[in-house]
Design a binder for this molecule. Sequence first.
Ligand SMILES: [Ca+2]
Ligand SMILES: [Ca+2]
Ligand SMILES: [Ca+2]
Ligand SMILES: [Ca+2]
Ligand SMILES: [Zn+2]
Length: 613
Amino acid sequence: MKSCPLVVISLLLCLFTLPTFSQIQCGTDDIYKNNPALQQKVQEQIKRLQNAGNLVDPNTVFTIPVVFIIYHKGEAEGAGSNLSDATILQQLNALNDAFRARNGYAAHNDMKIEFALANCGDMNSIVRVDASEVPNYSDNGLNYNDLIMIFQLRTLHNWSDRDNYITIELVHKINGAGGFAGYLEGYTFIDARLFGIGIMAHELGHVLNLKHTFEGDNFGFQCPPNNDPENDGDMISDTPPHKRGQNCYNTPPMSINPCDSLTYGDIFENFLSYSEYCWRKFTPKQIERARNSVAQFKPNWFNSPYLSAQTAAPAAVSNLRCGTGTVALTASGCLGTYSWYSQSTGGEALATGESFTTPPIETTTTYYVDCQVATCQPSVRVAVQAIVTPVNECYCESYAMYLGDEEIYNFSFTTINTSSNCNTTGGPGSVRSAYSNYTFDTPAIAYTGKSYPFSVQIGSCGGSYSNATKIYIDFNHDKDFNDAGEEVYVSPGTTQGAHVESDTITIPADALAGITRIRIVTAEASPSSITPCGAYGFGETEDYALNIIACPDNLSYETINQGMGTYEAAISISSKANVSTPVTYLAGQYIVLLPGFSAGPNEVFTSTIGGCY
Ligand SMILES: [Ca+2]
Ligand SMILES: [Ca+2]
Ligand SMILES: [Ca+2]
Ligand SMILES: [Ca+2]
Ligand SMILES: [Zn+2]
């Protein structure tokens, strides 16, 4: 049996800071008391389930889709009553922990029911509507018995198919209650200021046909009738009757309950009592009642078309390391559980969670990650690589230690034109706003002996300070940027804040052909203090791959054997010779054979054009 000493302390704090909400009141009772016909219907539904045994396999885990509807007052997303996606998802996870007796609830009873955003985690199932136009809503909030305002709020969206999902409707304020719900009606309204695992579990208990444990105490200080525990009070035989005013803050669990002359025990831990800081469990009979109620009266909640879709695949970014060791891989975008595998199908998961550290690996290894929301079908597995670069092929690290201020927004050079910003992260091994690795992108093409313009656009993820830029190319492929001529650009001086730097880079005639590393370092520093390796304060390093192609002086090009005229080029030709002005023809453009080719009308010839193609 648990007592709640910590909880009592936090309640006392709450009494001073939030006196209105020191004990959540629930409006569900009043709604039904004021509607005898509805009350009668609920009683009869419960009676139909008595002595029913288990209508569904007690071992089957069911998922019920939920739609969150946030009726905000026009606030920005994440502000005030317009609760953020992160808050909603965090509380949804906690709710599932409570219903599934996991994590902090591990010692309790598993209802084997969980809740998932409709359509297997589709974020569109968090619906935000600006309800500020509903008369009196912004100023006064919602009275739980105001059916007109509830109707007006619900005209703002189309989520009304409550036979197939449950709507959890959040309003900025409920007068006289923290929340209320309909028994098997598929909805609960909750005061956004109180939104959390406790009140959600309580109200969803009502939605699943569970009454308050003190049901029948109509005035707050009477023992509910309990002569026939299946028909009196909450109509649940394993919850003792108690007065509504008794809770874990004012009643020790070992004291005697006058309603049954036994100790109170753990009844105040029950989600259907009024002890929100002690709530943590459902009883076996409540679980049986909830599962049977859905199976009998709302079968689509357990078999909803809103869960038939396959969960969307997560996103995952490959990571890399230098030499043998472990590689940390992370995935994102999953609203359920990530599982990591060593194979694309089948096999046991190696681990779960958004991060996975590989065992020590010597060579590049592919892993796979999927996402499963509740009992939805898991997503397809996404391949993600743990890349190992042999020690003798590693480049030195270069990165900003602080994430603010200078940032490379764009680098353009030959066929590279890569834009990024303060929210983007580059390829494997990148750290947002510090180091961006684009070397896994398609390499840029450049020819030996030729010059190419470049531009670096420098922006800011914070303040505006003096900065400078250097560009390095490892022309001799020895994995450093230290050789003569490898520092290909240095800012002429420092510049304050955002700006563009541009110039020309010449590929030396003796540069090695093949994939070549190019590195741009922009730092809040003077040009002379920027180095190709190591950490610096603010700025960013970006790495790219350049495919350098050797360019012969006289390229024999023998497919042009037509007469003078106009022909479509099959490949790109950059001519240096035989024409009066060097020109470049791109594939698909038209080549005009000029007299410089020494070809007359209808004369067949073979030409040699100097230069690269
Ligand atoms: Ca009872
Ligand atoms: Ca960047
Ligand atoms: Ca930066
Ligand atoms: Ca070098
Ligand atoms: Zn309630």
